[in-house]
Design a binder for this molecule. Structure first.
Ligand code: NCD
Length: 331
């Protein structure tokens, strides 16, 4: 299937048939068609964001979005907050440290409380895989998954796909190496789902201890040798070593990890000469990626990923609240 750079709106089924979901829980529920619909919707916000106005649209005026983050976040929380505000919504942030969760409230009670507040959309990050779906099942408004445990982080995969599409002119038929701590990474899972679905060759490059069992079932090729894994790749996507998710010794040392799996300028020479380097952040500089690679103005897309994050989240908030806003064809 060909995903053109931007499809004309007339290419999509009309109204709500273009994106049939009430929630955005994972990439696993989406079709290639729906992914490209979100990416095309995001493109318009990229241009407007670059134009610099603080608020672009009153589309979401009068709506309240609650960002309920049960796990720490800097860029994802900020990105959702900015996205909501640029569309004119009232945005409220709830941090777990300040919530009753710390006092032992169950997830269902939290969901019922959030529901009673009559939010128009909930953006949830939670440390447990499946928690966001559980809350979505209990509330009346659209729920967007901002990362649940090791499961999924769909807006990250969408912003990564948009970044690749803009840099490479397409997001199909590319060789993409996802490298590092794949075992603990919801970013890797969502990206593998999205990028294989769109028709790319996806490689997973990781030490055996950080390679999820049976990952080949996700239609990827696995490598334990980094030099082999990134050979002739169009895209090298690095992942953070998720030390907070490691309850034992997965690695001898950060130093040895860097020697075998760190992305250095020398190692990057194995990839295609025009290969781009991605990282979802936050980075461990000098561990999975050298600063000279991360800050390379030509190859690194790291700040562009952050920029695309705002546009993609604007698109997702807009699309998922259309039913509520009774947009013709979506009600
Ligand atoms: C990622 C996450 O939280 O899953 N970060 C992010 O959303 N930008 C990746 C990570 O924490 O390493």
């Amino acid at each position: 299937m060909t995903i053109a750079k931007t499809r004309p709106v007339s290419d999509y089924p009309p109204g709500g048939d273009a994106f049939r979901h009430r929630h955005l829980i994972g990439i696993a529920q989406l079709t290639p068609w729906e992914i490209s619909y979100v990416l095309d919707a995001a493109e318009q916000w990229v241009d407007l964001n670059r134009a610099g106005a603080a608020k672009h649209d009153d589309a979401l005026a009068g709506l309240t979005i609650i960002n309920a983050f049960f796990e720490n976040s800097t860029r994802t929380l900020l990105s959702f907050e900015i996205a909501g505000k640029r569309l004119g919504a009232d945005v409220v942030n709830m941090h777990a440290a300040q919530s009753s969760v710390k006092k032992g409230e169950t997830l269902i009670d939290t969901a019922m409380t959030l529901n009673a507040m009559r939010a128009d959309a909930l953006v949830i990050r939670h440390q447990s895989s499946g928690a966001v779906q559980l809350i979505a099942d209990k509330v009346d408004c659209p729920v967007l998954n901002a990362g649940d445990g090791r499961h999924e982080h769909p807006t990250q995969a969408l912003l990564d796909a948009l970044t690749i599409r803009r840099r490479k002119g397409k997001v199909e038929g590319l060789t993409i190496a996802i490298c590092g701590d794949v075992l603990h990474s919801r970013v890797a899972r969502s990206n593998i789902l999205a990028l294989t679905l769109l028709g790319n060759e996806v490689r997973v490059v990781a030490p055996p201890t950080l390679t999820p069992p049976a990952i080949e079932r996700m239609h990827v090729t696995t490598f334990t040798d980094m030099n082999e894994g990134i050979r002739d790749a169009d895209v090298v996507m690095m992942l953070r070593l998720q030390n907070e998710r490691m309850d034992g010794a997965y690695l001898p040392s950060a130093r040895e990890y860097h020697a075998l799996y760190g992305l250095t300028p020398k190692r990057l020479e194995k990839a295609k000469p025009d290969a781009i380097v991605m990282h979802p952040g936050p980075m461990n500089r000098g561990v999975e990626i050298d600063s000279s690679v991360a800050d390379d103005p030509v190859r690194s897309t790291i700040t562009e990923q952050v920029e695309m994050g705002v546009a993609v989240r604007m698109a997702c908030l807009d699309i998922l609240t259309r039913r509520k806003r009774k947009i013709p064809g979506w009600a």
